[in-house]
Ligand binder design. Structure first.
Ligand SMILES: [Zn+2]
Length: 433
């Protein structure tokens, strides 16, 4: 009997030598990252950067902190490949998270509380601190297994994605440091999947923030006459509404996914002549304005939408004008639609599919991301970029209250990245775009 317990003791010692690699240490490192409050508008970027650098040091990765804008560090980690001439792999993630409404959370959003079923509650658990640390954990495992990358693997932890990425990924992608990295493929964030297939994103919609303006002769509120500003803007709003309904019908009928249609939502309506008690009620105003958030997939016909705006939504024939507060082109620097191929012409896509399959998992049909991510700055340069956050059987809770990720899903995601990074870093063929 004594020998039996002695054997158990030895066995337990053997298992405890797994140390840094057992599931609870992996989860606790994730919790530590989640506990750093990097919520906009005052993200604690330096604490996050220190944490990432310390993690990198613990697995002997080179680290460098770039500060294109003061107070907004980009942490760049490097795992050198044995053939530095081959284009490198970039694993990108953002360190900031969106704000929280504390009182709407069941568990405090920066506690990273794990409940009885293993759900880890925290802002950033899905978007996207999970991905940033999963990259690191996957590399930790690959290193300890003795794997040597052929291609150099970079990890970037960038600020400000949630406020447009202009001081983060945009400056990074434009930098000399980035050029020197000779990046061949970028992985960035995707979305959770409520079913058993993982989701991958090959493009995203471009925001067109449109303001249309109508002018007309002012007049008495009792008089019917043509070409009033209000009448003109209403005709446009009707036309926009019909277009919106037709696009939405395509989604509702299942013919297209959310990311594949042009979405239009009216975000403001400005008209009327103010009075001390509200608006003047017997006067037809001479000006009216409406604003729309339009999202355009790169697969859409940009010219025909422009024509529709000029001829139907804000026609000069009805005294209307329009301007864009923001208009991101659906074309890249080379005049091609900003999208990453998801067929055999793109070996990185094939490799990703294969690597996911290898660990007995499935990808759904590749999708267009319905909103914007930092991936656009890399695709804009003509680089392939795939949005992928390995979370399946998980409700989509990014930017929502009670954002959580189950720890089993988190751990599974590390295995998926292990497979992907291994496939990418071993890929020998010189890839020509
Ligand atoms: Zn995100």
């Amino acid at each position: 009997m004594d020998t039996f317990f002695y054997a158990l003791f030895i066995l337990s010692l053997l298992f405890s030598t797994r140390g840094a690699d057992d599931d609870s240490s992996i989860v606790s490192r994730f919790q530590r990252y989640l506990q750093i409050n990097t919520a906009q508008p005052n993200p604690n970027y330096y604490e996050a950067a220190d944490f990432i650098v310390s993690q990198a040091q613990s697995i002997s990765l080179h680290s460098q902190t770039l500060e294109f804008v003061k107070g907004k560090p980009v942490v760049l980690l490097k795992w050198p490949g044995s053939n530095p001439n081959l284009p490198s792999i970039l694993l990108n993630s953002h360190t900031d998270v969106v704000p929280v409404e504390h009182h709407k959370w069941t568990h405090p959003p920066f506690d990273a509380h794990v409940d009885g079923s293993g759900d880890i509650y925290a802002r950033g658990s899905q978007d996207m601190k999970c991905v940033g640390l999963q990259y690191l954990e996957a590399i930790r495992r690959l290193k300890s297994s003795g794997f040597q990358p052929l291609r150099t693997v970079y990890l970037s932890f960038v600020p400000d994605e949630e406020i447009g990425g202009h001081d983060g990924a945009e400056k990074f992608a434009d930098s000399d440091e980035f050029k020197k990295m000779n990046v061949g493929i970028v992985l960035d964030e995707g979305l959770a999947s409520p079913n058993e297939n993982y989701r991958a994103f090959f493009a995203e919609r471009s925001p067109w923030w449109l303001v249309i303006r109508a002018t007309g002769a002012p007049g008495h509120g009792a008089k019917l006459y043509d070409n009033t500003a209000m009448e003109n803007i209403l005709k446009s709003i009707e036309s926009v509404r019909r277009f919106r309904a037709a696009q939405f019908d395509l989604v509702k009928s299942g013919l297209k996914s959310e990311g594949e249609v042009i979405s239009v939502n009216m975000v403001f309506l400005k008209a009327g002549t103010p009075s001390p008690t509200g608006f003047v009620m017997n006067l037809q105003p001479s000006e009216a304005e409406a604003g729309f958030d339009v999202r355009v997939p790169p697969t859409a016909d940009q010219e025909s939408l422009e024509k529709r705006i000029a001829e139907e939504w804000a026609p000069a024939s009805r005294n209307m004008t329009f301007e864009f507060k923001q208009k991101v082109s659906v074309y890249d620097e080379f005049g091609k639609p900003v999208l990453t191929a998801t067929d055999s012409s793109n070996p990185w896509w094939t490799l990703l599919e294969g690597a996911v399959k290898k660990v007995n998992e499935k990808l759904g049909r590749p999708e267009i991301f319905p909103a914007s991510t930092d991936a656009r700055y890399f695709r804009q340069l003509g680089l392939p970029a795939i949005g992928f956050s390995p979370m399946k059987n998980t409700p989509i809770l990014l930017h929502d209250h009670n954002e959580f990720l189950n720890q089993a899903e988190y751990l599974r995601g590390i295995e998926i990245y292990e497979s992907i990074i291994k496939a990418y870093a071993s890929f020998e063929r010189t890839y020509k775009r």
